[in-house]
Ligand binder design. Structure first.
Ligand code: NAD
Length: 511
């Protein structure tokens, strides 16, 4: 069943056909039926979108903080009014259980929009002061220009929000390229800002593939900054292409989050936490718990508890309120997850799950919740992103080993420590190298706090006021206060006839 006419890319405040006239189908991964046919953007469409964004920048970058704030707050209300439509569409294109879309994706997006509506009025800098003694220094935070953003398929609406909101709150304009398999809600999201009063072209969406539309956007000479969320491999490619035109780059990449259970942990809480944090969004979450590192004294009970609870998780139609676990995003991704678990049978123990379900669900890309124990530390299951409902478990003997195992990864996006001991928790939060460390929980995010990685998980922050550091230029403005022609520091460069070449005072130093 087709749901709505959200089939066009969105450029300059209008839904537009692709210049080539080409289209592609968006599939529902729970059935592999077509949800919608969408315009396939190519380089000409990207050029048009960047042109629209550049034109809109002249007006939007001069809008007052209050004007930008009003647009964002009104858009938040519009999005909230369409919550059910957005949730249903997100559920279908991304294969999310409707409960997750209704209770997490859509409210999170609305809250983020409202947060940036408020934050738009608080782009503070340092206080003005006479640091040199002879000048007043002040800071201006200025928008960068046209931002080119590229988003993944796992949380299409929230990723659109994380990319668009800090950019437009700061006065930038944006061209967003959502993942080709999940473009639909991004189009509705963009339209809400025009409807809320943003000039046409402030938010544009091009619906094309990564290697064509995405790469053209990244290399476009009129794009000032690239913001990318996706896999580490593609992120490196994006950085290389952006380097050719010297652009600022913000990368949010993959993760392989450790979930460390110390011997004093509340075992029941850790078991529930591990099931929720490894199965959220069918494990297709960059912060999902993927590596459980469990004290040997709790290891067997933890594995049994997680396996038992996972067995009670209900897979089913995504529109059904009782469904806990939806499908993976595509047949290709299902094959990747299956392949990694199948290969793990040769070197580890698949405790539960480990295959796609049969029957009616085999029409879709479902995969059983899976626990794998006795996982070697050099195996692909331990080292590489699976991005599916798969939890790998290893045992440790002392705290030093636990921290070492947690950090034994190229990634550094998120982690959690489960303990009742405040000193252990303090050590874990200090020593685990990740952009977020939870204590006795794993997954919650909030608009006020930053999200972003260390190491191969990328750099820069989404959400919160910290994201303005990515989307603004910081300008130092220095006003001379002496009103004299021959300023004190000139003496370092040349002295006037009769002027003594005596040692200068420190505050007259140049540079
Ligand atoms: P992906 O890297 O395959 O694709 C991401 C986006 O990049 C898509 O829009 C795609 O079309 C585009 N793309 C592909 N090739 C490109 C190219 N050559 N030039 C420009 N753009 C190109 O990632 P995915 O499979 O869509 O998403 C899953 C990945 O995203 C996982 O690795 C996950 O960890 C990561 N992720 C990270 C975060 C975070 O905040 N760190 C959040 C969500 C997802």
């Amino acid at each position: 069943m087709r749901m709505l006419a959200a089939m066009h890319q969105y450029i300059g405040g209008q839904r537009r056909d692709a210049a080539s006239g080409k289209t592609f189908d968006v599939l529902d991964p729970s059935t592999n039926e077509v949800v919608e046919t969408v315009t396939l953007a190519g380089p000409d469409d990207v050029d048009a979108a960047v042109g629209a964004a550049a034109t809109a920048f002249r007006e939007w970058s001069r809008a007052t903080p209050a004007e930008r704030s009003t647009v964002l707050l009104d858009a938040a209300k519009l999005l909230d009014g369409r919550a059910e439509e957005l949730a249903r569409l997100e559920s279908r294109q991304a294969g999310k259980p409707i409960r997750l879309a209704r209770e997490f994706d859509v409210p999170g997006t609305v809250d983020n929009t409202a947060f940036f509506g408020t934050a738009a009025r608080r782009l503070d800098g340092m206080a003005s002061a006479e640091y040199s003694g002879d000048h007043t220094s002040s800071i201006r935070r200025e928008p960068i220009g046209v931002v080119g953003s590229i988003a993944p398929w796992n949380y299409p609406l929230q990723m659109a929000a994380w990319k668009v909101l800090p950019a437009i709150a700061a006065g930038d304009t944006i061209v967003l390229k959502p993942a080709e398999i999940t473009p639909l809600t991004s189009i509705l999201f963009a339209e809400a800002f025009t409807e809320a009063g943003a000039p046409a072209g402030v938010v544009n969406v091009v619906t094309g593939t990564g290697p064509v539309a995405g790469q053209h956007l990244v290399g476009h000479p009129d794009v000032s900054m690239v913001s990318f969320t996706g896999s580490t491999g593609v992120g490196r490619r994006v950085m290389a292409v952006a380097a050719e035109t010297g652009k600022r780059v913000h990368l949010e990449l993959g993760g392989k989050a450790p979930f460390v259970v110390f011997d004093d942990a509340d075992l029941e809480a850790a078991v529930h936490g591990a099931v929720a944090a490894s199965l959220i969004n069918t494990g297709q979450d960059c912060t999902a718990a993927t590596r459980a590192i469990v004290h040997r004294s709790l290891h067997d009970d933890f594995v049994d508890g997680v396996a038992e609870l996972m067995a009670s998780v209900r897979m089913g139609p995504t529109g059904d309120e009782d469904t806990d676990l939806g499908p993976l995003s595509s047949r290709g991704h299902q094959a990747k997850v299956s392949g990694m678990v199948d290969r793990a049978r040769d070197y580890a123990k698949v405790v539960t799950g480990g295959r796609p379900p049969g029957g009616e669900l085999s029409r879709g890309c479902y995969y059983e919740p899976t626990v794998v124990s006795d996982v070697p530390l050099d195996s692909e299951l331990w080292c590489d992103e699976v991005f599916g409902p798969v939890l790998a478990v290893v045992a440790f003997d002392d705290d030093d080993e636990a921290i070492r195992l947690a950090n034994d990864t190229a990634f550094g996006l998120a982690a959690s420590a489960w303990t009742r001991d405040t000193y252990r928790a303090g050590r874990a939060t200090r020593e685990i190298a990740a952009g977020c460390v939870w204590v006795n929980d794993h997954i919650p995010i909030i608009s006020e706090m930053p999200h972003g990685g260390y190491r191969h998980s990328g750099f820069g922050k989404d959400m919160s006021a910290y994201s303005f550091d990515e989307y603004t230029n910081v300008k130092h403005v220095m006003h001379d206060t002496t009103a004299v022609a021959h300023k004190p520091w000139h003496r370092t460069i040349f002295t006037l006839p009769g002027e003594p070449a005596s040692p200068r005072r420190p505050r007259e130093a140049t540079g």
